[in-house]
Design a protein around this ligand. Sequence first.
Ligand code: SAM
Length: 226
Amino acid sequence: MNFEEKRKKLVNNLKNRDYPVLTKQEVINAMLTVPRHLFVPKDAESSAYIDSPLCIGSGQTISAPHMNAMMCEYLELKEGDKVLEVGTGSGYHAALCAELVAPKGSTNPGHVYTIERHKDLVKKAKINLKETGYGNRVTVILGDGTLGYPEEAPYDKILVTAASPKKIPPPLREQLKDGGILCIPAGSKSFSQDLYIVKKRGEDFDSKRITGVRFVPLIGKYGFES
Ligand code: SAM
């Protein structure tokens, strides 16, 4: 089976799970388009279409595909959105977001800004994104994402892909647009975390718990200590 066939099989499995994680056609198309095997280390390429997290170096992981799909769906990403991702890792999830907010040929393209604290991962993610055709639609920044990225704020959507001790680090709260949506895992440093979807309504934040999850910790000023 080649990579494209494996990708289709994975997407079909995610569509047919008992707990719905992949239902929206645009997210299905993005998952069918972005080549996950080109975002993982060479020796993990053959496992790229298994629904599992994989090591990407610097002690970090690329999340399991069902988690990528679920977060994209809950964020309600649409063409034209300006997105901030905290936790670039391999760049794969940023590419999925770019596929949704700035599809090829769009007359109203959005953009994805993504922050990573590990220099080596920033370097690799930039290469991965360029080689797969997302280099112009995603900007990768080295830094502490718990501070957000005020230079381009406010954002329509904010995606945090590491577990925070608090539901929303204050700078992310401020950098989300009124009416915007934020998706974040929060809880303890190594286990017992929950995924939340938070909607900003004026001064209020409506927060909903989605499910229990397990993410690497968010390390930074408003995250955990390293
Ligand atoms: N979204 C990534 C992908 O598609 O490969 C996977 C993200 S991985 C589960 C979480 C990432 O968050 C790690 O690469 C980690 O280094 C990063 N991270 C943790 N704390 C951070 C912070 N304060 N700012 C930026 N990145 C952070």
